[in-house]
Ligand binder design. Sequence first.
Ligand SMILES: [Zn+2]
Length: 107
Amino acid sequence: MATRTPRRNIQPPPEGDQPAIENQPQTSPQTQFEEVSVPTKCSGCGIDTITVLEYEIGNLSWTLCFIVALSGFCLGCCFVPFCLKTTKDVLHKCPDCKYTIARFNKM
Ligand SMILES: [Zn+2]
């Protein structure tokens, strides 16, 4: 009757040349940054958080402004797109460090 020597799980030595993938500041590609706050990891401070939204004048605002102006409306009307959230681009920011995590362009 042969006695088995207990085998230990021998771990291979860590390879020092491989970069640690976990430490790379990247947002996951599955995250859809649109017009609602989304849970994500902040690239600035590295914490898991829910983005806060800020609105910024973007291409859609300018395009609508020109369309309104060219349509012959009065001068003031072409500035209406700059006042509407729905025409502005959405910035997803970290509530802690105010880092801009992503930007949702309407156009
Ligand atoms: Zn942050």
